[in-house]
Design a binder for this molecule. Structure first.
Ligand SMILES: Nc1nc2c(ncn2[C@@H]2O[C@@H]3COP(=O)(O)O[C@H]4[C@@H](O)[C@H](n5cnc6c(=O)[nH]c(N)nc65)O[C@@H]4COP(=O)(O)O[C@H]3[C@H]2O)c(=O)[nH]1
Length: 769
């Protein structure tokens, strides 16, 4: 029954009641209107007419009213019939199954859709109960809920359940049931609305299946970790990959916060912010590479991407898909290594070396340094390869690379350019021959027999080509080419040697190295001697001292000038041995002469810049004085301006310490350097030696004369004594006397002479002079 139709049926009786009231009021009007009109209208004609027609008017009005009412009733009846028809149609043709079911479960009325769903006809269904066609597993639930409605515990219910259709198919439906209370002639019955959800269930089933398959798939990928977290970071999902990548089992991970699991402490705040941002926006953050933490505390590199999925309760779930990059990183590192290193020797390759060289050139350009590039090529390597095979050849290359590694300093760069070719970059090369010395020593080291296997010992030689920056080339490529060309020359010269890019340099370097080798021998065979050049007071003409000058008489070459070998000695470090020898000679002989009663004279010793800048120089001087007993005030140390220029403050400190012991200090070759007056004032000097180059022309060059005069005056102003070097003539001496120069030395008085000869000079001099 349509409740709206029953309401409509009551409506038309209100106008009938109205009509009855109208009739009653009309009759009353007919009865009493004459009296009423007579009281207000006095015209008897009008009153008569009214009485004649009043019945007719009343009947007319009543007829009209009856007609209106009848029409309204007819319209209403028609509307009611139409509404009932529509209601039946709606029931029948509804897209949802509808059934009226009595309290025992018997179908009373079913619509077409329900029949279609259950594959029964309406008549068949009306002869059945819902229990007949309900899936046994769902029967208890359905029945129980209906009982609850009947017991008035609930008003209605809605469940998902299964029916078994006539053709024995399982049909998933959403069933909504409400109880219609008993009415006049009808007992209570259930209205069931049945919605076919088989398609949804099927889709859900498929989804579950595909989810299951997806999970199986995820679990089968060991280096892909998938984790699911709630909005607080609590772990909800943890696949096999996560177990393998992070080391936590599923049981250990589920329910724990990801911050306690895999996020290193310093990242905690960032991760919290990221979770908040994703759960609020519903959008994942961009994927990125992260370093996360394993159970054992070690870090693992992962490429982490995220997805934000809302669950059926609309709660955000964050899924992280982390790809373990460990293997890829190792491969990348391996590739990076191979791009720059030689896999056999693990030395940098040509590409890396060229880059390193370019960098070094930039620094050298800025700091005005010299660089050397050496290419080392093994002589006859092919023969070894051919005779013993490649594996022995490889062992030899490894052996050579080890020797090279040991040989190079930390600041040198070593590489294998390919085949049997190696390269070394020497930065901060102070002198050209340092590269030659390096090459020579390297050749000697490589010549040591190499024990490759139990039975194979190989002795091999190498050739080396050297090119220099900036002297030969100013870019990496050309420097390598230059060294290669030089290598070719070395090979052409008969191998087992080195060669510079320029032949001139090769011969100079070789000469200097030969000289160095000879000097070593000369020192060890005590072939160096100290000569003494007297220093004379200009006013009195008395010897006041002598400068010690080193002399080397070589058996083959004859006299070798200190101007030639002192720079070589400075480069190879022999200057310290020579310096110490001269100092010791001065002190020993000086002391000996004092003991003999010879006149007291000061002995001047040249000190090289290299000695001066070495930390223990003062110590060495003091201990020599103590060891020999030579008085400090008779020892004079000559330092050149250039020696003082290197580290001015340290030089001043050293000089002050030496001066404090009573030693005299002289500045040598004055005028050739760039000492400023201000700097000179700070130096604790005793004597200033005017360079020979000024004295040479003092007689005929006005400029030199003026400069010498100015130097002498300046020195006196600063309370230094002045000694003129290289005085060869009486004229020079006369001029110097005029200029009030204090002392001189030079061939005019005497060349440097052996100790005994100088001793004779002293003996000949009056002791009281
Ligand atoms: N033409 C000419 N030359 C004169 C005359 N009087 C002296 N000489 C030379 O001038 C040089 C003076 O020495 P120097 O300026 O210290 O210059 C020295 C000094 O810088 C260095 N030297 C010599 N002996 C030593 C030494 O024991 N230690 C160090 N560190 N350097 C030394 O070698 C340089 C050259 O020494 P030598 O060849 O001995 O040359 C000496 C000396 O023989 C002269 O009247 N005319």
């Amino acid at each position: 029954m349509n409740p709206r139709a029953s309401k409509l049926s009551k409506l038309p009786y209100y106008p009938i009641l109205g009509a009855a009231i109208y009739l009653l009021l009309g009759l009353l009007w007919i009865e009493f209107s004459d009296v009423f009109l007579a009281s207000i209208v006095s015209d008897p004609v009008l009153l008569t007419r009214y009485q004649t027609y009043k019945g007719f008017v009343y009947v007319l009005l009543t007829a009209i009213l009856a007609w209106v009412l009848l029409k309204q009733r007819l319209q209403f009846e028609m509307a009611l019939t139409e509404s009932q028809r529509l209601s039946h149609m709606a029931f029948d043709y509804a897209a949802t199954g509808i059934a009226y079911v009595d309290v025992n479960g018997q179908f009373i009325k079913v619509n077409q859709e329900l029949c279609r769903m259950l594959e029964y006809s309406a008549d068949e269904l009306r002869s059945m109960t819902f229990q007949h066609i309900t899936h046994p597993d769902d029967l208890l639930l359905d029945q129980g809920l209906r009982e609850k409605i009947l017991a008035n515990d609930i008003k209605q219910f809605s469940i998902e359940k299964r029916y078994i259709t006539k053709n024995n198919h399982t049909l998933w439906v959403r069933l909504s049931v409400a109880l219609l209370p008993p009415q006049q002639h009808l007992s209570a019955y259930f209205i069931s609305v049945v919605q076919d959800i088989s398609a949804i269930k099927h889709a859900q089933h498929q989804l579950q299946e595909s989810e299951q398959r997806f999970r199986t798939l995820l679990d089968s990928m060991p280096n892909i970790s998938v984790q699911g977290y709630d909005e607080h970071g609590v772990t909800l999902y943890w696949n096999k990959g996560s177990e393998l990548v992070y080391g936590y089992s599923k049981q250990e991970a589920l329910g724990r916060n990801l911050l306690d699991l895999i996020i290193p402490q310093p990242m905690h705040n960032d991760v919290k912010a990221a979770i908040q941002a994703m759960t609020h926006s519903g959008h994942p953050l961009p994927a990125e590479e992260l370093q996360l933490q394993r159970k054992d505390g070690s870090l693992v590199s992962v490429y982490s991407s995220h997805a934000v999925i809302f669950d059926p309760d609309n709660k955000p779930r964050i899924y992280c898909i982390d790809i373990d990059l460990t293997e890829r990183k190792q491969q990348e590192a391996q590739l990076a290594f191979l791009a720059e290193y030689d896999p056999l020797t693990h030395l940098p390759n040509r590409q890396f070396f060229t880059g390193r060289l370019e960098q070094a050139i930039k620094v050298a350009r800025r700091e005005k340094l010299q660089l050397a590039v050496l290419i080392i090529d093994l002589d006859n390597f092919k023969t070894i390869n051919d005779s013993y095979g490649h594996s022995v050849g490889n062992l030899l290359l490894k052996n050579v690379s080890e020797k090279l590694k040991i040989f190079c300093r930390d600041t040198d760069s070593l590489a294998r350019l390919g085949g049997d070719e190696f390269a070394i970059l020497i930065e901060h090369l102070p002198h050209t021959e340092d590269a030659a010395r390096f090459a020579l020593e390297l050749l000697q080291a490589l010549q040591q027999p190499a024990n490759l296997t139990e039975r194979i010992d190989v002795t091999i030689t190498a050739s080396i080509g050297i090119s220099l920056y900036p002297e030969h080339h100013n870019n990496a490529e050309s420097l390598l080419q230059g060294a290669d060309a030089a290598l070719y020359k070395a090979k052409a010269e008969g191998r087992s040697t080195y060669s510079f890019f320029s032949s001139q340099l090769t011969s100079t370097a070789r000469q200097r190295l030969q000289l160095e080798t000879k000097l070593r021998l000369a020192i060890s065979h005590q072939q160096l001697q100290c000569y003494f050049q007297p220093q004379v007071a200009i006013q009195s003409g008395q010897i006041i001292g002598a400068e010690l000058l080193i002399r080397w008489q070589d058996a083959e070459q004859g006299f070798i000038s200190p101007e030639l070998f002192i720079p070589v000695a400075e480069n190879c470090g022999l200057i310290h041995t020579i310096g110490h020898f001269v100092l010791e000679q001065a002190c020993l002989l000086g002391k000996q002469w004092l003991e003999e009663g010879l006149p007291q004279v000061k002995l001047a010793v040249n000190v090289s810049a290299h000695q001066f800048s070495k930390g223990d120089f003062e110590q060495q001087v003091i201990s020599t004085l103590l060891a020999t007993g030579f008085p400090a005030h008779l020892l004079e140390l000559e330092v050149t301006e250039t020696a003082l220029m290197h580290n001015k403050d340290a030089a001043i400190r050293t000089m002050q310490q030496l001066r404090a012991t009573g030693i005299r200090l002289a500045i040598d070759d004055f005028g050739t350097g760039y000492s400023s007056l201000a700097y000179l004032q700070r130096l604790p000097l005793d004597i200033l030696k005017v360079d020979r180059s000024f004295i040479d022309n003092i007689t005929d060059n006005d400029d030199d004369r003026q400069i010498s005069k100015a130097i002498i005056e300046l020195a006196h102003t600063l309370h230094f004594d002045v000694l003129a070097e290289g005085v060869e003539t009486a004229e020079q001496l006369a001029l110097l006397k005029e200029m009030a120069c204090d002392y001189y030395q030079g061939y005019y008085f005497s060349q440097a002479v052996p100790a005994e000869q100088f001793r004779q000079l002293l003996l000949n001099q009056s002791p009281h002079a």
